[in-house]
Design a protein around this ligand. Structure first.
Ligand SMILES: [Zn+2]
Length: 137
């Protein structure tokens, strides 16, 4: 479920749920909810696993590239081996950039949700949470 915050200046902020699997439960035990705490917990978990992917990816790339290079080197020409490795490296750089962007976005959302939970503001602007059940109240 999406957490929606309305800022005093009229801006709407939306924080979509990061729930990956449908059988996954929120922190409170419900299948889906609008609890700020649950959303914060979820954003924290998602952004840290994204960060972990970003950290692990270069190591994986080096290992994969080395393995491919040595296997390919045995049977293929050096130029072709280098080509395959280059494709792997370029692909992983694109992946890393994507993961990094996602991690930054999640961390930004996490920061805003935490700020709202503590001060009822988003980037210093007073805000309130909108609920589906009593919309616009
Ligand atoms: Zn909840």
């Amino acid at each position: 479920m999406t957490i929606r915050l309305k800022l005093q200046d009229g801006t709407m902020k939306e924080y979509p749920s990061e729930k990956g699997r449908s059988d996954q439960r929120m922190k409170c035990g419900e299948a889906d909810c609008e609890h700020l705490e649950c959303a914060i917990e979820q954003k924290r978990a998602s952004s840290s696993s994204m960060r972990m992917l970003v950290t692990v990816l270069p190591v994986g790339t080096v290992i994969t590239a080395a393995v491919v290079f040595f296997i390919a080197f045995e049977s293929l020409k050096i130029l072709l081996s280098a080509g395959i490795v280059a494709v792997i490296v370029i692909g992983d750089i694109f992946l890393a950039v994507t993961f990094m962007r996602t991690a930054r976005r999640l961390e930004g959302q996490l920061r805003e949700l935490q700020e709202f939970s503590q001060n009822k503001t988003v980037n210093g602007v007073p805000a309130r949470q909108l609920h589906d059940s009593r919309q616009g109240s």
